[in-house]
Every structure is written in C-alpha cells, then in structure tokens.
Design a protein around this ligand. Sequence first.
Ligand code: NDP
Ligand SMILES: O=C1O[C@H](COP(=O)(O)O)[C@@H](O)[C@H](O)[C@H]1O
Length: 597
Amino acid sequence: MASLSSSTHFCSSSSAYSNSSSLRFNHHHYYISNLEFSAISPKHLGSKKISLQSNSRPSSNAILMQEGAVARTATIVENEPPTKKLKDGLLSASSPEKHKEPIGFDVNNDKSTVSITVVGASGDLAKKKIFPALFALYYEDCLPEHFSIFGYARSKISDAELRNMVSKTLTCRIDKRENCGEKMEQFLKRCFYHSGQYDSKENFVELDEKLKEHEGGRVSNRLFYLSIPPNIFIDAVRCASVSASSVNGWTRVIVEKPFGRDSESSAALTRSLKQYLEEDQIFRIDHYLGKELVENLSVLRFSNLIFEPLWSRQYIRNVQFIFSEDFGTEGRGGYFDNYGIIRDIMQNHLLQILALFAMETPVSLDAEDIRNEKVKVLRSMRTLSMDDVVIGQYKSDTKGGITYPAYTDDKTVPKDSLTPTFAAAALFIDNARWDGVPFLMKAGKALHDRRAEIRVQFRHVPGNLYNRNFGTDLDRATNELVIRVQPDEAIYLKINNKVPGLGMRLDRSNLNLLYKARYSKEIPDAYERLLLDAIEGERRLFIRSDELDAAWALFTPLLKELEDKRLIPEYYPYGSRGPVGAHYLSAKYNVKWGVDE
Ligand SMILES: NC(=O)C1=CN([C@@H]2O[C@H](COP(=O)(O)OP(=O)(O)OC[C@H]3O[C@@H](n4cnc5c(N)ncnc54)[C@H](OP(=O)(O)O)[C@@H]3O)[C@@H](O)[C@H]2O)C=CC1
Ligand SMILES: O=C1O[C@H](COP(=O)(O)O)[C@@H](O)[C@H](O)[C@H]1O
C-alpha cells in the first residue's frame, strides 16, 4: 500500500478545507488516519456509517476491502504517519475524529464507479451549468477514474444528440487551455442519454439497466441531479430510489431550489423526500454557497486576527447583502411569477450568506459543526415584518432608442401580476453578538448593474481627532469592508488616509484585494465546487432540513401577508437603481446603502 492514490483522480484544487490541497493530489503517498465505511444494505437506499479508526499505516488492504463495505470518507495525511503529524499540530489541534477530511474517497478505486444522472437534462440549467461544470471537473482530473454521465428527460433524443447539445455549451474556462478539444471528445464519450417519464418506475428500471452496463460490475455510486421543475421532484425521487438506486454503494440526490414556497410546502417536500431518502442522501443546493468569495468568508474572518475581534455590535454598525441583475426575468417568467424575488434570492442565497457571516466560531470545519452554527443564527433572527420590507416591480423604459420590457410584458406572466422583482428588507439577529445591528438586504432584477456583495459598515471612531477634516457627514469617514462576490471578485477595506502633501487633507482609499490582479488562476464556477462536494459526500455547503425550516420561518408570515393583502409593489424603470422606498427603509435605521464613489 505504498500509495493509495496511484489510481485516483481526485483533483488537488477542490475543497480540502483545513489542510493542504495535496490531500487529493495524485502521485503522492498517503496514510489514512480515519476511515468511514458504508455498510451495504440493499434494502436501504443509503448506507449506515461505521467509523473505523486506523492511526497506523494501512498496510493491509483487508480492512479496505471488507466484504460489504465501501470506504466513504477518509482522513488522509501525506507522507508521514498521521500520529506524528497530529502530534506536531500540523493537522489541527483537535482530535482526528473531529478533523475528518471527508473526501468520499473510494480506496478500492478500480472496483468502484460513480454514475451521475442529470434528471431534466434537456433543460436550461443542465445546459447552462451542470454539464459545463462536469466537464470542467473532468478537465481538471477531479472526477474519479470510472464515471459516466447520464442525461434523463422526456425529450426523445439519442446519445449523439445529447452530446451534440452538451458540446455547444462546453468551454475550457480560459482560452489557450491545452488539449481542450481532445478532452471534450473524451468527456462526451462518457455522456449518455435515456429518455423516460419522471413518474415511470419502468423507465427508471431501464435507466438502472443502462447504468449497470456502464458500471461493469464495480461498486456503484450514484448521484442524481434533479434539474427539473419542483412539481415533479417527488415523482422523480420515488422512481429513482425504488428503481435505480445503487445496491452496493451510495445513492445521493441533489435537489435544486425552490424548496417549497413557504414553511408548510417546504416541510411537506422534506417529508416526501424523506419517505425515500435519508437526510444525508439529500443535497439541497444553494449555488451561492459554492461561490469563491462566499467560501472565503469564513477564512477571512477566522484565519485573520484583525477581523474576528471587530465582528460584533460593538464595532459593526450595519451589514448589507446586495444582489442586483441588469436583466429581467427573460425566459423564466413562468417560474418566477410563482415565487418572486424574496423567495428567489433573499430567503436562500442572501440569507445563507448572512448566516455564514454572522455565525459563532464553529467547533470545527466539519459540515455538521458549521451547519449547527448557521441554524443557531437563523433561529435567533426576528421574523420579518411588513414595516421592514419594501417591494418593487420593474416597468418598461426606453433608453437610447431601445425599449426595455416591463415585467408584465413577459408572455408567461399575468398582466396583473404583483409579484415583486425587487425587495429590500431589514433583518435583526436577537443574540448577544448582533443585538440591534440592522442586516439589510436588497435584491432586484432589471436594475442598473449586476453585482452581488456584502458590505460591512463600521461604527464612527469615538473622539476622532480628525472629525473636523471630514465635515459634518461622519458616515463618509467610517470604515467599510466590501466583499464583492461578483463580478470582479474582490475584498476591499475603505480606510481614511492622509493625502500626501504639506497640508492635512484626508481622503478615503481602498486597501484592495482584487482577485484577478492577485491570482492568475481562474475562479471555478460554483456548480463545479458543489458537484464535486456531492460526489465526495461533503455536505458543508448544502442546506440541512432544519436550516431550511428556520429560513422559511423567518419569511413565511411576511410572504403570506404580501399575498393575502395583494400589496402593490413600487414600480421602477428597467435599468434604474430600484424603488426609492429602499432608501426610506435604510434611513429608518440610520443607514445608507453602500456604493463605490
Ligand atoms: N435555469 C436556471 O438558471 C436555474 C434553475 N433552477 C432550478 O433548477 C431546476 C431546473 O431548472 P430549468 O433547467 O430552468 O428548468 P426547465 O424548465 O428548463 O426544465 C428542465 C426540464 O424538465 C422538463 N420539464 C419542464 N417542465 C416540465 C413539466 N411541467 N413537467 C414535466 N417535465 C417538465 C423538461 O424536459 P423534458 O420535456 O425533456 O422532459 C425540461 O427540459 C428548477 O427547479 C429550477 O427552479 C435554479 C436556479 C437557476
Ligand atoms: O438562483 C438564482 O440565481 C440566479 C443568479 O445566479 P448567478 O450565479 O448568475 O448570480 C438568478 O438569476 C435566478 O433568478 C435565481 O433563481
């Protein structure tokens, strides 16, 4: 067992959370400190976890190949026995138990395979995001040696037609990548298609047979990505679980949002999913959690001494989560009208970022420890009230001779729709750290720019010697930390600085970490990270059911009131900065929305 990695294909660049990326890198020697096995139970979709610990060199394959067991996760340490590394504190001060590196590592690699079935393969998301992400993972050698990708949908197309459709959206993320065309061809050869109904067990049995053919008798691990409208989630899960789940490996299901429309429907969805799946088989995706700068949020805060001491009501005046798109709901009006911007962006993407931002230090980087802390934040939040929310809807506007449509011009949207395409809200976390600090959210479509950012506005400097240099508007002199999630990923801190010269003039300047200037490597798409995590069984960036319940509990009463009272949104022109009401809302809490001068 000189090298466990000789036949593995797990890439170096993926989510190795606490230690060096070399954990997954080929051509190195590894030692296993902690193995987690799946006991195979054919009657059961999932697998029971048994943790074994082996803090010595795994010199014998025997334990790795125990009959009826598949290694799911392992703590792997490069070059030296882990006991020594742990003693040296190189891994972590915590126990090896707590410091699992859950990488879904099939030690018995040539005997296992991963099949990824994209259910709804003919759809928009599959084409736009899922297949390109899978190709990027393949290009980066992040997929296991034995894998196949299946598209499943009702459309009657052949393997060749699927490949043709997929090939149109595949790109190597940066130009000039080597062997891109060759890699694409190899990738496409591993993509197949099966046409079937989402509620047909027979059709899923046929899929199962095809999957088995490709698995060639190896231990089969199966990932189903539900890229379909929510009304058919349960049909597809039932059929996949009953007719096409793995009998000797793991079966996991990625579920796309929306996870219901409110507390009740979300709970019903969870109940239905749990009829067929264990919670640890369900990977509820929120792709914002897979974005590089959102991933970096905890690193920034917990690995730099200078931020964490300031991270509370004592120094932070308010925090803003801003999402804006410079295009409307074009093409997705049918879906959007049933949900609106609060459900589409705030209740999930922005709230998830908020929870990560505001959580207490987790015990470790393990998924459950992090999700426990996020849930606590969500459960400490005040239910949103109508007084703290502003809604808007975009109307048509003409600029430079071009007429931009109103939301209700979309043919799939009812003419009298009151669905908000913009919302601003003030939220509060009633705990000791954040008592009284407004957490403002703003999300809108068809605005003047496209951006997603977190802005942290600090308090005024008490007894500031330089107050007179700032004039009366002290807000202009407060520090602001901006985490720009997209585009042009950056982290910058606005500070006051003396303008060089003989006088004493101050200005505000940015300490600026602009990613493209600092890092030459391109940033992976969020779907790449999340797909890889799901394959590897890493749940940290997926939403647990209690998080979801807590998130819906905050928004459901407000959403119900908005809909029951048919509240009229404030209309704003396409391409504008949105409703003025958002400024009244922030002013109520003595806050100005952050902008870059
Ligand atoms: N598109 C996006 O940007 C995003 C999408 N999502 C979510 O991802 C999932 C997939 O989205 P998207 O790809 O846009 O969805 P689509 O509307 O494109 O649907 C995907 C596929 O599902 C099948 N389908 C569509 N409507 C029905 C229906 N009424 N009954 C049965 N089958 C149907 C179609 O395949 P066929 O007819 O061949 O069976 C279609 O190609 C949804 O849950 C969506 O909310 C989340 C974030 C962003
Ligand atoms: O989930 C969604 O996200 C997209 C925005 O995602 P991004 O990664 O392009 O910022 C949004 O357009 C869509 O309405 C929403 O459903």
